[in-house]
Design a protein around this ligand. Structure first.
Ligand SMILES: Cc1cc2nc3c(=O)[nH]c(=O)nc-3n(C[C@H](O)[C@H](O)[C@H](O)COP(=O)(O)OP(=O)(O)OC[C@H]3O[C@@H](n4cnc5c(N)ncnc54)[C@H](O)[C@@H]3O)c2cc1C
Length: 393
């Protein structure tokens, strides 16, 4: 039987909810229930992402989240005992317009002032780092060797295990259906398994953050946007590192992003993982694979990685980005006393979940989070916000 009272209730068991639970426990807050409606944790956006972890953002606040989070991912095994399969082979952005080159040059300068090891490269250097790459029309690239790929499932399970061991209750297969408000503050949470009396609710519902906000009468402007991932292997049954394919794709797990088209790829074990944003996709919760989109992706993909001409797609999936109007997340309190949000990471939340969970846990515990929260505050949406982060892929 689930607890009927708790100091804090977390709605959502993806990387954000579990990271927050773990960090609350580290601050001594363990009278906490995390409620996840699916039978498994991390099966929504967290279970469908590409695992990319990078310092290369255009907003300093996001770079700060990356610096803290990537350090936490590095320490994860020692601190929590979980394996994240972290490969640090770098992230490379290919830039084909003068406007992008200028924007990324400015971003690289800003990232370097924050201590990030990142450079602007010539196209020939890009080919050296990523064998098989075709750079026609590319004017420049940026590269950070400290970026990489890690395992979102391992992170979510590791945080959940440690939170549970500290006494936090994690329930699965239970849906939050209502949030009780008494006067001007949160008073409880209604679920399909009964009510929990509480004075603090954390909305960690990812693409569903808007509907959880509405249960409390708080507008949380997060919209779901479908994104696809495809997995490819050579058609002849061989692997990418044997003849005739060897040298036609990178052997490392470097992440390459063609910024103008948003086509990206990296090695995924013996295969290649790739994806691309669909320009005309509109907001919605549909996560079925739109196979008719694949030829559009392939048209772009083979111009950058010709090896894909001899590849077949073995499988694909789609998941939801959780977009805000300025592509910046919401981390912190709202106008409703006791109602907190950690959502809206706009397609790059996995890599920011360690820092975001730590920050929100500090806020909920009444501690100073030690950084400027204004880029993340919910109250910014009272004003007209402009697109801020440009590094959305
Ligand atoms: C195709 C794709 C590629 C991506 N690639 C990357 C990448 O390379 N790097 C990166 O950092 N990020 C990437 N992302 C983004 C990243 O996956 C998300 O930002 C992150 O997973 C968000 O985590 P979350 O915990 O907020 O959301 P989720 O993982 O969606 O968790 C929210 C949870 O809330 C639960 N929930 C909702 N409503 C209720 C309710 N009423 N009651 C109880 N539970 C509820 C849901 O079931 C869900 O499990 C990618 C996303 C996609 C779709």
């Amino acid at each position: 039987m689930m607890r009927s009272t708790a100091d804090v209730v977390i709605v959502g068991g993806g990387c954000m909810g579990t990271s927050t639970a773990y960090h609350l426990a580290r601050r001594g807050l363990t009278d906490v229930v995390l409620v996840e409606r699916e039978p498994q944790l991390g099966s929504a956006s967290t279970g469908r992402n590409a695992g990319g972890v990078r310092h290369q953002f255009t907003e300093p606040a996001n770079v700060r989240l990356s610096i803290e989070s990537i350090a936490a991912i590095e320490r994860f095994r020692d601190e929590l005992g979980g394996e994240l399969d972290f490969h640090r082979d770098g992230y490379m952005f290919l830039l084909s317009t003068q406007a992008s080159v200028e924007a990324f040059r400015a971003a690289v300068a800003m990232q370097r002032t924050l201590g990030v090891n990142v450079d602007v490269l010539a196209p020939s250097d890009a080919c050296r780092l990523a064998p098989g790459l075709e750079v026609a029309g590319v004017l420049a690239a940026t590269f950070c060797p400290d970026d990489g790929i890690a395992d979102p499932g391992g992170l979510t399970q590791g945080y959940a295990r440690s939170a549970r061991e500290a006494g936090i209750e994690i329930v699965r297969g239970v849906e939050v259906t209502g949030i009780d408000v008494a006067g001007d503050r949160v008073a409880g949470v209604q679920t399909t398994d009964g009510r929990i009396e509480t004075r603090a609710v954390i909305n960690a519902a990812g693409p569903w953050a808007r509907s959880i906000g509405r249960l409390a009468g708080v507008e949380v402007p997060v919209d779901p946007l479908r994104r696809h991932i495809f997995i490819a292997q050579p058609t002849d049954g061989r692997t990418w590192d044997t003849p005739p394919h060897a040298g036609r794709v990178p052997l490392s797990r470097i992440m390459v992003i063609d910024f103008e088209t948003s086509f990206y790829f990296h090695r995924e074990g013996a295969r290649l993982l790739f994806g691309m944003g669909e320009a005309n996709e509109s907001f919605g919760f549909d996560t079925s694979v739109k196979w008719e989109f694949l030829p559009d992706v392939i048209d772009v993909a083979v111009t950058r990685l010709p090896a894909l001409l001899d590849a077949e797609v073995s499988h694909a999936w789609a998941g939801l980005y959780e977009m805000t109007p300025d592509a910046m997340p919401v981390i912190g309190p709202t106008d409703l006393e006791g109602f907190f949000v950690i959502a809206g990471f706009s397609g790059h939340g996995f890599q920011h979940s360690p820092a975001a969970g730590r920050i929100l846990a500090d806020v909920v515990a009444g501690r100073d989070p030690g950084l400027d929260l204004s880029p993340f505050e919910h109250a910014r949406f009272r004003r007209a916000v402009r697109a801020a982060e440009r590094g959305v892929v």
